[in-house]
Design a protein around this ligand. Structure first.
Ligand SMILES: Cc1cc2nc3c(=O)[nH]c(=O)nc-3n(C[C@H](O)[C@H](O)[C@H](O)COP(=O)(O)OP(=O)(O)OC[C@H]3O[C@@H](n4cnc5c(N)ncnc54)[C@H](O)[C@@H]3O)c2cc1C
Length: 493
């Protein structure tokens, strides 16, 4: 008799779990409410321009490589990662401009030329980041923090041994302010808090691990756009026999006598031996399990959601030599920006502007002479704000900031435009409050408070995706799917 699994959602985590469960011999069906796979990693065409509408920077390619290897496949047969040099062009409020590189000597030269940091400061910062990765990276990312065995593993013992040096009680900003004397370098390294939707003034200094992810392992674009990733994951899952049911929203995860029995989609009961929910964890408890009062749901609801994003997709009739694939135009008042985002739940008056232009590495993405600008602002979680009014205000601020930096009035060059607001992200991907990365990493114990990949209450129920352990971002969402599948195979014999 074949063993079966149902997966709710074809985001990165759901796709990873589905493929591995199929690899271990299960008959797997993925139910996805959207017409395609990918969730937040989606893509759109406007006129002659193509845009990724969600993630834009791929990190930790090794994680994806290992995933393909576990499916007896070579990543290079499915994806073409394009290493980025420079990684990012930074434009500061005082007019300083510099570029970051994973080549340390080159990055140090840029920082020194701008007078923003010394080579020694950079070396010390990146060496510390690499040490944090060695001490804690494996534990936090590739293991469940909720299974006792983890802490008796080598990775667990190593992290316990170095626990004091992970600096969980200091903030990222405080640590960066000690590591660098120039405020521009502090701001550049504070920005890594936003890689999981958090504030540098509240996330623990343990997050100094993130620069190693970017500078140690590199940052990548993908040929065909980031959307090539979910397409590749879907392809390999299909090769292992996974069935996809697109346009089918799961209405209910069916539980009887404390055990998952399957799902209900389109009013039809679909039995399964186990269920993996790749839907947002709060939505899973509230809507799919009808258990809003379960302790796990209440605990998740008490945690602060990560920031959301306000996106402008701009198809420009011209290009700029000065811009790169990734560009940051920093706010002149970073503390005020995060105060607006997390305390006032408002858009900052002077926002940091991020611009991704995939056409720089993939000319197919824009007509000749043009550029496809994905403009992202950190935004507060959706909480009933007047978004059209906020977006109009932000649009003016972005145009003023970027036009000043480029020395050209940008607005007349916009040929195509679409705006994506936090409530759109919430509606289209099912992410509660439109948060990009699940829960914010605020507080020393945040990593331990994320929901586990296996339910203790309901047998046969597993969780994968950015709102559960180990957290948001594409590599982590993939790892969560791998953890969920591995736990399921260990538990459901
Ligand atoms: C604007 C933006 C920028 C980002 N930038 C980056 C970046 O540069 N780098 C990076 O690594 N990460 C980035 N991220 C985060 C990254 O996209 C996510 O962490 C990751 O894609 C989440 O994957 P997931 O597995 O949680 O699934 P999700 O993408 O959340 O997908 C969940 C899927 O489940 C489906 N679903 C939900 N409920 C149901 C139901 N009841 N029935 C059927 N289907 C259901 C949804 O339709 C969706 O397809 C960004 C995200 C956004 C939105």
């Amino acid at each position: 008799m074949s063993r079966t699994a149902a997966v709710v959602g074809a985001g990165i985590g759901g796709l990873a779990a589905a493929a591995l469960l199929a690899r271990s011999g299960r008959r797997v069906t993925v139910f996805e409410q959207a017409p395609q796979a990918g969730g937040k990693a989606a893509s759109v065409r406007l006129g002659g321009f193509r845009f990724d509408t969600g993630p834009s920077l791929l990190t930790l390619p090794e994680v994806f490589r290992r995933f393909f290897a576990r499916l007896d496949r070579n990543l290079d047969d499915y994806l073409e990662p394009l290493p980025l040099a420079p990684l990012c062009a930074y434009d500061f409020a005082d007019g300083t401009r510099l570029e970051s590189y994973s080549d340390r000597a080159r990055f140090a030269a840029e920082l020194e030329a701008a007078g923003a940091a010394t080579r020694r400061e950079l070396e010390a910062c990146l060496d510390h980041s690499a040490r944090l990765w060695r001490w804690a990276g494996e534990l936090f990312l590739t293991r469940s923090l909720h299974e006792p065995a983890t802490f008796f593993s080598r990775a667990g013992l190593r992290a316990i041994l170095h626990a004091g040096r992970l600096s969980p009680f200091q903030t990222l900003h405080a640590a960066n302010a000690r590591a660098f004397t120039d405020p521009r370098a502090v701001q550049l390294f504070d920005r890594y808090a936003t890689y999981n939707g958090s504030s540098p003034y509240r996330t623990p200094a343990t997050m100094r691990i993130i620069p190693h992810v970017e500078y140690g392992f590199g940052g990548y674009a993908l040929r065909g756009g980031i959307v090539a990733l979910p397409r590749a994951l879907e392809r390999v899952a299909r090769e292992w026999g996974v069935e996809f049911r697109f346009g089918e929203a799961v209405e209910r995860i069916v539980v009887q006598q404390g055990r998952c029995r399957g799902v209900e989609a389109g009013g039809v009961f679909r039995p399964a031996d186990l269920v993996v929910s790749n839907a947002d964890v709060l939505a899973t408890y509230r809507r799919l399990l009808d258990m809003p009062q379960a302790p796990e749901a209440r605990r998740a609801a008490r945690q602060e959601p990560s920031s959301s994003g306000l996106v402008f997709l701009w198809g420009l009739k011209r290009g700029f030599d000065r811009t790169r694939v990734h560009n940051i135009f920093f706010s002149g008042d970073y503390p005020a920006e995060f105060d607006a985002l997390f305390r006032r739940l408002d858009l900052p008056e002077d926002p940091t502007v991020y611009v991704n232009i995939t056409g720089k590495v993939d000319p197919e993405d824009a007509p000749p002479g043009g550029e496809n600008w994905f403009v992202l602002l950190n935004a507060p979680r959706a909480a009933g704000q007047d978004w059209p009014a906020l977006a109009a205000r932000a649009r003016r601020a972005v145009l003023a900031r970027v036009s000043k930096a480029l020395g050209t009035d940008l607005e007349p060059w916009i040929a195509e435009e679409r705006v994506i607001m936090p409530p759109d992200i919430e509606r289209e991907t099912g992410s509660t409050h439109g948060s990009l990365y699940g829960m914010a990493s605020h507080g020393p114990a945040s990593a331990f408070l994320r929901h586990p990949n296996r339910s203790r209450r309901i047998r046969g129920l597993y969780f994968a995706g950015g709102s559960v352990h180990p957290g948001g971002g594409m590599p982590l969402a993939l790892l969560s799917g791998m953890l969920a599948a591995d736990l399921a195979e260990k538990t459901e014999r």
